[in-house]
Design a protein around this ligand. Structure first.
Ligand SMILES: [Zn+2]
Length: 233
């Protein structure tokens, strides 16, 4: 298993790691700051370098055994297995993913309907809601901007299945039901705004979301509204 450094500190931009495997265009290491595709958030891109080589990382995904695969640009040289490499994230892109991801949590707190889907990219993101009502774009944008301006602190904590069972009121306050049976669940808390299970990368406070606005709202079926989010800068 790869030690997922981004789970404890999403602001890490680089790290040293040992190469565990290098096959095809995919490199596995013992630890990484690269987030793999999941939860609607794209896999990270960046670069790796070693004693006598370097390569672009064009995507990051989970492998079949839960290890994290760093996919190199076609035709790249591979680092030696057992050797040490230095990994560097494309931080500007990842930081926009963190801003978008955190903005989606805020949107979920403003529009308290069931979420049926979502997708994040550096340019725009969307959440699909199970709702028939129309969305007042200006009002939702204003509510989002108020949450950003209030600069709510954001933190993560782990909670065991047993603790969840002992605190049913905690589950009732969550906007998404936690998955059971893995032993423990990672909870994201935006103080006073939202508490829900999530494994993604987030900001440390809502102010960092910056200029956010609601874009197009699309009607995708009678009970489905697709709400697009943009960052203006
Ligand atoms: Zn999240």
């Amino acid at each position: 298993m790869t030690d997922e450094l981004f789970r404890k500190d999403s602001y890490l931009k680089e790290c040293e790691a040992a190469v565990v495997a290098a096959e095809g265009q995919a490199v596995t290491v013992d630890r990484t700051v690269f987030y793999p595709l999941g939860g609607g958030q794209p896999g990270d891109t960046g670069s790796m370098r070693w004693s006598d080589g370097n390569a672009r990382i064009v995507d990051t995904r989970y492998g079949d055994s839960g290890e994290i695969l760093h996919f190199l640009e076609e035709g790249s040289a591979l680092p030696p297995v057992g050797g040490t490499i230095h990994l560097v994230l494309d931080w500007d892109r990842r930081y926009r993913h963190m801003r978008m991801h955190t903005a989606m949590h805020l949107l979920g707190a403003v529009l308290r309907y069931g979420v049926t889907g979502g997708n994040i990219s550096a340019e725009k993101s969307r959440l699909d809601f199970d709702m028939e009502d129309t969305v007042d774009k200006e009002a939702v944008t204003a509510a989002l901007q108020a949450l950003v301006a209030a600069d709510h602190p954001i933190s993560c904590r782990w909670i065991s299945d047993a603790e969840l069972d002992a605190n049913p009121e905690l589950v009732r306050t969550m906007s998404v039901q936690p998955p059971r049976g893995k032993g423990d669940v990672r909870l994201l808390e935006i103080e006073g705004v939202d508490l829900q299970p999530c494994g993604g990368t987030h900001l440390k406070s809502t102010a960092e979301v910056g200029k956010v606005r609601i874009g197009k709202v699309e009607k995708k079926g009678r009970r489905n509204r697709r709400v697009n989010i943009h960052l203006d800068d």
